[in-house]
Design a protein around this ligand. Structure first.
Ligand code: HEC
Length: 117
């Protein structure tokens, strides 16, 4: 009787392990939600300050503002993909481009429908 119980609980454990790992995979496969608030705000607050954030003293077009970023997304992508020193390059006067992965966040945001939150 004891042996049966041990065997049975072994199966149960195995069953749960399998369930858990397949659950994890399913979660990973679903596309990450890229929103202005979650994904873009941190990049802008790191790289486009102070110039584009009035509360930080910026006097350029405000990008702490969803509507402006949404309207300007094509121009933003165009400029952050330029090389430093090229006319129109952003972030203005910096020596280095944003990393590819940061640039991709802007592109993916555009491709996934420019969601605010
Ligand atoms: C050091 C200040 C500074 C920083 C940092 C900066 N910018 Fe700018 N930005 C400017 C200035 C100055 C202009 C206006 C001159 C021009 O158009 O090139 C401008 C203009 C722009 C424009 C054109 C706006 C319009 O009215 O059409 C875009 C788009 C832009 N910046 C994007 C960005 C993005 C995105 C970042 C961050 C990754 C950034 N900038 C960081 C100074 C800055």
């Amino acid at each position: 009787m004891k042996k049966v119980l041990v065997l049975f609980s072994g199966f149960l454990t195995l069953f749960f392990l399998v369930q858990c790992s397949s659950g994890k995979k399913a979660g990973k496969a679903s596309a990450p939600r890229i929103t202005y608030e979650n994904s873009l705000t941190p990049i802008i607050m790191d790289n486009c300050v102070p110039c584009h954030v009035p509360s930080k003293g910026g006097n350029k077009k405000p990008y702490d503002n969803y509507q402006n970023v949404k309207t300007d997304i094509d121009e933003i992508i165009r400029r952050i993909e330029l090389e430093p020193g090229q006319r129109g390059f952003m972030p203005f006067k910096k020596q280095a481009k944003l990393s590819d992965s940061l640039i991709n966040v802007f592109k993916q945001w555009k491709d996934t429908g420019l969601k605010e939150k």
